[in-house]
Design a protein around this ligand. Structure first.
Ligand SMILES: Nc1nc2c(ncn2[C@@H]2O[C@H](COP(=O)(O)OP(=O)(O)OP(=O)(O)O)[C@@H](O)[C@H]2O)c(=O)[nH]1
Ligand SMILES: [Mg+2]
Length: 313
């Protein structure tokens, strides 16, 4: 079971699918011609890299192959890994740390993607690093959402600010802000109800939550994270795009990377949005959360890569 830990294990479905398809190509000895590039592009599209991201990667590979005078298929693997690293690390520079106290994080996203679970995992993540953490049950819409967060709070020994189902989510956020300040918390993590961007009133409610939070600290919420479910494949791109029209998102959490072959969608996200992928979810347990590492992810996606280097990163 030990070896299941680590990104290589959790991304095994995506790796398997890429190894099955790309492995054949990479082990060929021919020259890097248009047919090889086309084959690579098809495999990337099938692994959910997205059509235009796959095309961009291949164009970039062609250029770097020319620049580095590489003309054999066997070199394609290392070129691909370098290109993925480039895409995946680019957006993470946009992340400039957590200085405010309390650091207020609002979690948003469509229904059922893993927002509440990720919020609880984050509470555990910060708490285990010695920080004080409070959660707020900002989903006052779905029956049992409040109990779900309270159950996590109990398990993690993290206080949860909540009101009854049907109450105003903005009021819960406001209460929680006051309480987190009064108790001098390091982190306040605010949950929200799942919603589609077409639910105008629910999208307005998110803006109201943000406004009310800003009344207590005008720099808050310091992070607005959108959670997306990797098993939704290319649909996650339009989810991010739609939420971005309503809220200034600061980062992305990608869940359910365990057990899906659609891990390539993380590359599409990093390529399409000027938003860092901050955390990835790799299971239902509270420890099944990783801070995103571009280097590890790039190495885990490309078959037959040097694992020693990535495990040091
Ligand atoms: N395998 C796996 N399951 C996950 C992961 N993250 C969340 N889940 C599961 O996904 C289901 C939905 O999780 P929730 O956290 O309730 O999702 P949500 O977005 O808060 O849902 P709503 O509040 O109803 O919109 C639960 O069964 C979780 O255990 C993950 O990284 N991997
Ligand atoms: Mg929820």
């Amino acid at each position: 079971m030990k070896q299941k830990k680590g990104l290589f294990g959790f991304l095994s479905k995506t790796r398997e699918s890429l190894t099955n398809s790309l492995g054949g190509l990479f082990s060929r000895t021919g020259s890097l011609d248009d047919a090889a590039y086309e084959e690579l592009e098809d495999h990337l599209i099938m692994a959910d890299f997205g059509v235009h991201t796959a095309r961009e990667i291949v164009e970039q590979l062609k250029k770097s192959a020319r620049r580095n005078r590489v003309d054999g298929i066997p070199e394609l693997g290392s070129l691909l890994e370098a290109s993925l690293l480039d895409i995946l690390s680019g957006q993470n520079d946009a992340w400039d740390g957590e200085t405010a106290k309390p650091q207020v994080i609002l979690m948003v996203g469509v229904n059922g993607v893993g927002k509440t679970t990720t919020l609880a995992k984050l509470a555990n993540y910060y708490k285990s690093r010695g920080h004080s953490v409070m959660m707020a049950a900002g989903d006052t819409f779905r029956a049992a959402a409040v109990e779900q967060l309270q159950a996590w709070g109990k398990r993690l020994d993290v206080p949860v600010i909540a009101q009854s189902i049907g109450s105003d989510a903005a009021a819960v956020a406001y209460d929680a802000m006051n309480s987190a300040y009064a108790k001098n918390m390091d982190y306040l993590l605010i949950d929200s109800a799942g919603r589609q961007h077409t639910h105008g009133d629910l999208m307005d409610q998110l803006q109201k939550m943000k406004r009310v939070i800003g009344k207590i600290d005008e720099t808050a919420p310091h992070q607005i994270l959108i959670t997306v479910d990797a098993t939704n494949g290319q649909n996650v791109l339009s989810q991010v795009e739609n939420f971005q029209k309503t809220l200034p998102l600061t980062g992305i959490c990608v869940t359910k990377l365990d057990g899906t072959a659609k891990g390539g969608v993380v590359v599409a996200l990093a390529n399409d949005f000027r938003l860092p992928v901050r955390f990835i979810g790799v299971g239902e347990g509270v420890d099944d959360l990783s801070e995103f590492s571009a280097r590890e992810f790039a190495a885990a996606l490309v078959p037959d890569m040097d694992t020693e280097e990535s495990s040091q990163a």
